[in-house]
Ligand binder design. Sequence first.
Ligand SMILES: [Ca+2]
Ligand SMILES: [Ca+2]
Ligand SMILES: [Ca+2]
Length: 284
Amino acid sequence: MQRNLFCASAIACVMLSAISCKKDDTTTQPTVALSATSQTVSEAAGTASITITLPSAQSTDVTIKATLGGTAILNGDYQVSTDTTLTIAAGSTSAILTFEIFDDEVVESDKTINVTFSSSNATLSNSTASVTITDNDSDQSADGLVSELTWDAGSLADMDLYLANNVTITDNTVTDYNLLSGSTNTSGFESLLLSNDLDDADYYVLVYFAEGAREVTYTLTNRASGNTVYEDTYSFTADEVGGAYFYGPFTKSGTAYSIGKTANSVLWDVKLVEPHWHKGKIAK
Ligand SMILES: [Ca+2]
Ligand SMILES: [Ca+2]
Ligand SMILES: [Ca+2]
């Protein structure tokens, strides 16, 4: 019946025949395969990579573009060690996309790098791959006030955390302070502990913009005994490299911590002047 319907006329039969017998004369693109479409690595793994391969070498370069997304923060949780535009050179059969995974000390949920591949001169057997980064850090907030600093995706920025005491503020100007400790990794997020063993006193946490060439929006979270004591999200502008914001005072009484300024009030926003760590002026 179907044949009769389609071939209701001689002309239709000729057309159908021509279509079905038409030879595929488009140039056949090589098919690229991915080594791992779904992998899970520890934050301590150091690197993760995805290899793209051709079944046989080609006479011309094959180019594959990798677009990054997902919950993992570029240049916060990881950075890309290779170019995101990959080339399988003529005569070769593979290229590798490699990530450097940052092993920070911040307690966080597992995060995922989602990669979408595209190519104008190859067919992809799979166009997406994911790398799940599992956290390897444990909550230290039973040991004191934990300050954790994370920031937004973008070009590499180096942020550091410092703990200070003996902060003297006169006429809205920080006139003196004493640095106690610092968390100064060159990559990845920062974590600092104000230990329960320290003397009961007033302390300040400093968020320092050590290096970068962009606006950086960061989140500072402070936890003690499993509870959030204070959290703030704020931004450094690109030209504030070398500056720090003071948060506090955090008043320590045994294992209890309270912040002297209530949430949403103006904190001691200090733009430090050269040389670093001497005196600053309240910015607002
Ligand atoms: Ca870690
Ligand atoms: Ca971590
Ligand atoms: Ca740092």
